[in-house]
Ligand binder design. Structure first.
Ligand SMILES: [Zn+2]
Length: 268
C-alpha cells in the first residue's frame, strides 16, 4: 500500500489501497482450506521427459509439462512467479517456452493461469463455457475470485491475445504418439475440465484436499456450484477409462491413486 506525503501532510490511502488492505487482512482465512503440502508429486515425474512442479505463493498451484514427439504440452499455468518457474523447469526436460505447442487449462481461476504470457504462442485448450471467464468477459461467481479481481485486477489474456481452442464435449487430442483426453467437469467453475494424459487424470480444483477431511469434492468457498461438482465428478469417473488411470492429481499438487475409497470420498 502506498501512502503519499503531500505538502508535509499524510494523506489517506485511496479506495483501491483500502480494498487491498482489507483483502490482505482477510487473506489468511482464504488460505486455510488450501494449505498443506504436495502429495505423491514424485510419482508423476518422468526425468528428462515430464515434470510437475508448484509455483510460489501459498496455494501451491501445480504446472505439469511433458515433452512429446510432436512438441511440449503443459497442463495449467500456475500462480506467483509462474513464468520464471515454467521456463526453468522446461529446461530440465530440454525444452523452451517456444516448444510448447498446447496448453490445457483445467479452469481459469487466477491461481492457474499466471504464466500465459510465457507460452502465448501455444494453442490454449479449455472447455467452451470457461472461455469468457478466461478472457474477462464474464466474472467468476465465487466470492474470493470476485474480491481478488476487484483488488488486483484481472490476470488472463484479452480476447484475441492467445489462440484459444475451446472444445465443446469430451474430446481426444492426439499429440504425436500421445493422446490427451479432455472431459468437462463443471461445478467448481462453469467450464472446469479434467484431462487424462499418460495415466494421470488432472482434475483441476474439481477435487480438493483439506488437512482434516482429506480428499473431497471442490471446496464450496471457491466454487460456483458444489452440488453440480459432485454430480459431474460421478459422471467423470463413470466414463473415464479407469484402467488407464494411475494417479488423480488436483491443481494444487495433491495426487492420489484412484482407489474406490478415494472415488467414494470425492463424489459424496
Ligand atoms: Zn479454482
Amino acid at each position: 500500500m502506498r501512502i503519499r506525503m503531500r505538502g508535509g501532510r499524510l494523506h489517506r490511502p485511496n479506495a483501491t489501497a483500502m480494498r487491498r488492505r482489507i483483502f490482505i487482512s482477510i487473506f489468511p482465512f482464504f488460505l486455510l482450506p488450501l494449505g498443506g503440502c504436495t502429495y505423491h508429486l514424485a510419482q508423476i515425474q518422468e526425468p528428462g521427459r515430464a515434470v510437475a512442479f508448484t509455483t510460489a505463493g501459498p496455494w501451491r498451484s501445480m504446472i505439469y509439462a511433458a515433452k512429446t514427439d510432436s512438441g511440449t504440452i503443459v497442463v495449467d499455468l500456475g500462480f506467483v512467479g509462474a513464468g520464471h518457474r515454467l521456463r526453468s523447469r522446461l529446461r530440465s526436460i530440454g525444452a523452451v517456452p517456444g516448444d510448447v505447442t498446447d496448453v490445457f487449462l483445467t479452469h481459469s481461476h487466477r491461481d492457474h493461469i499466471a504464466a500465459w504470457k510465457t507460452v502465448r504462442g501455444a494453442r490454449f485448450h479449455l472447455w467452451m463455457p470457461e472461455e469468457p471467464l478466461l478472457e474477462g468477459e464474464k466474472r467468476h461467481a465465487d466470492v474470493p475470485s470476485r474480491l481478488a479481481t476487484s483488488v488486483f485486477g484481472r490476470t488472463g489474456p484479452r480476447p484475441g491475445e492467445v489462440d484459444l481452442r475451446p472444445f465443446s464435449a469430451d474430446t481426444a487430442f492426439v499429440v504425436g504418439s500421445d493422446t490427451v483426453r479432455a472431459y468437462p467437469v463443471p461445478g467448481h467453475t462453469p467450464g472446469s475440465a479434467a484431462y487424462l494424459f499418460r495415466g494421470i487424470l488432472f482434475v483441476g480444483d474439481a477435487v480438493a484436499r483439506k488437512p482434516l477431511r482429506g480428499y473431497g469434492g471442490a471446496d464450496p468457498l471457491f466454487s460456483m456450484d458444489p452440488r453440480m461438482n459432485r454430480q459431474t465428478l460421478i459422471g467423470l469417473f463413470a466414463r473415464v477409462p479407469m484402467e488407464r488411470v494411475r494417479w488423480v492429481c488436483n491443481a494444487h499438487a495433491k495426487c492420489s491413486e484412484p482407489t474406490e475409497r478415494f472415488i467414494r470420498k470425492v463424489t459424496r
